[in-house]
Design a protein around this ligand. Structure first.
Ligand code: ADP
Length: 396
């Protein structure tokens, strides 16, 4: 919740385990300790109500009543090819999201439930959709068409979309500012490395390629997702292990990535600790993850014909100096010279290359919520232009 006039975050929070039991809200009023309240939320409507009740609670809340909430921004995942930018939500937008549900069966239905719940709880208040796929709608066709029969694209919109768009947008623009340039003057490779991982080639301010595809399964090694593998592997598993499509889905989405390699950990902190005490599979998981990040840096530098900055963001990117160092090792030929002392930084904006490094590497904490709020305000004020520089956080 942000007080836009004073550019002040009033509170941050999250409701977890909605619909699956033992749900709770984490709530942090600015300047106060984060608190956790257990509260069952069998439906998304309950979660939205819980958020509103917490924000207006006389003891722990930050506003007197709901009348001071003027708009709601929603992070929406999949818009297919229908939206290349954020939009004010109306019946047409809801219908479009419903029509894209086959592309994001895990994300779009709960997104819609959240939107409908917010509309019911705050009648008359505008709601804005900020799509995770929108930033990548600028990719050229040669980057998003799969080399499979073309009719699947024509019939079912099967193509590469990419995700984490608000994060790639935010950190690439911050990187331009840290370089002292405008976003349209620089090429930036952004590495969003959390549980989900995606990389993006941002050429002169726009996304020209990204590592996730039709679904978030493609690309980098993730916490539990496999990323790039031989596409025959699912077929091989089905034929040789007698598995169903759903079982293979679970294996590749939930049991692979660093969890699959280490057999036990998704959290890179656990992996690092075990690797340091000699666990071979944990060492291997780190080597694979870092090696594949390095390959994407090389690929995207080539795709853009050069790079000015590389950005590490999200849980692992912001905190793990070890993964950053391993991924950048040997990239001196590309003009990257790591400053090992500066690379010790965690969770703060910082340059981690030496003064004479031709390509700069930055750690930039992502801020997807800010992009959502800024897009929402800009749409309501009639100032919204696709990925423009009006965003106040990008003016410095
Ligand atoms: P999500 O994709 O779920 O939004 P986050 O961006 O929050 O993920 O990243 C979560 C991951 O960040 C954790 O699983 C953990 O592996 C990693 N992480 C957090 N802190 C550290 C740290 N100090 N060192 C290494 N990894 C970390």
């Amino acid at each position: 919740l942000m007080d836009w006039d004073n550019k002040k975050v009033l509170a941050k929070g999250i409701v977890e385990r909605v619909t699956i039991g033992n749900s709770f809200i984490k709530h942090e009023a600015t300047g106060k300790e984060e608190i956790t309240i257990n509260h069952d939320c069998p439906h998304h409507t309950d979660a939205i109500q819980l958020i509103l009740n917490t924000l207006t609670d006389p003891k722990i809340g930050v506003i007197k009543d709901m009348s001071s909430i003027k708009a709601v921004g929603h992070r929406t995942v999949h818009a297919g090819e229908k939206f290349a930018q954020s939009v004010l939500i109306d019946e047409k937008v809801i219908k479009a999201l419903e029509e894209c549900s086959h592309l994001a069966p895990l994300h779009n239905p709960p997104n819609l439930a959240g939107i409908k719940a917010a509309m019911a709880a705050l009648p008359g208040i505008p709601n804005v959709a900020v799509f995770d796929t929108a930033f990548h709608q600028t990719m050229p066709k040669h980057a998003y068409i799969y080399p499979i029969p073309y009719e699947y694209y024509e019939e079912m919109a099967m193509r590469r979309y990419g995700f984490h768009g608000t994060s790639h947008l935010y950190v690439s623009k911050r990187a331009a500012i840290m370089l002292g340039k405008k976003p349209n003057e620089v090429n930036v490779i952004t590495l969003h490395i959390g549980n989900g991982v995606s990389h993006c080639a941002v050429q002169k301010g726009i996304s020209v390629d990204t590592s996730m595809g039709l679904t978030p399964l493609e690309g980098a090694v993730m916490g539990t997702r496999c990323g790039d593998i031989d596409p025959y592997i699912p077929i091989f598993l089905m034929k040789n292990k007698n598995l169903t499509a759903d079982q293979v889905d679970t294996i590749l989405n939930k049991k692979s990535g660093v969890l699959g390699i280490t057999k036990k950990f998704t959290d890179r902190r656990d992996i690092q600790k075990a690797a340091e005490s000699g666990d071979e599979l944990c060492k291997l998981a780190e080597d694979i993850e870092a090696y594949r990040i390095k390959k994407y840096i090389g690929a995207y530098a080539a795709a853009m014909g050069g790079v000015d900055a590389v950005v590490f963001t999200a849980g692992v990117g912001e905190n793990s100096s070890r993964i950053r160092e391993k991924a950048l090792e040997g990239l001196e030929f590309l003009g990257i010279k790591l400053d090992k002392e500066a690379n010790k930084i965690r969770g703060k904006e910082n340059e981690i290359t030496t003064k004479d490094s031709r390509v700069k590497v930055f750690v930039i904490p992502t801020n997807e919520e800010l992009v959502i709020i800024e897009d929402t305000v800009a749409i309501l004020e009639g100032k919204y232009k696709k990925h423009t520089e009006y965003l106040y956080s990008f003016q410095k």
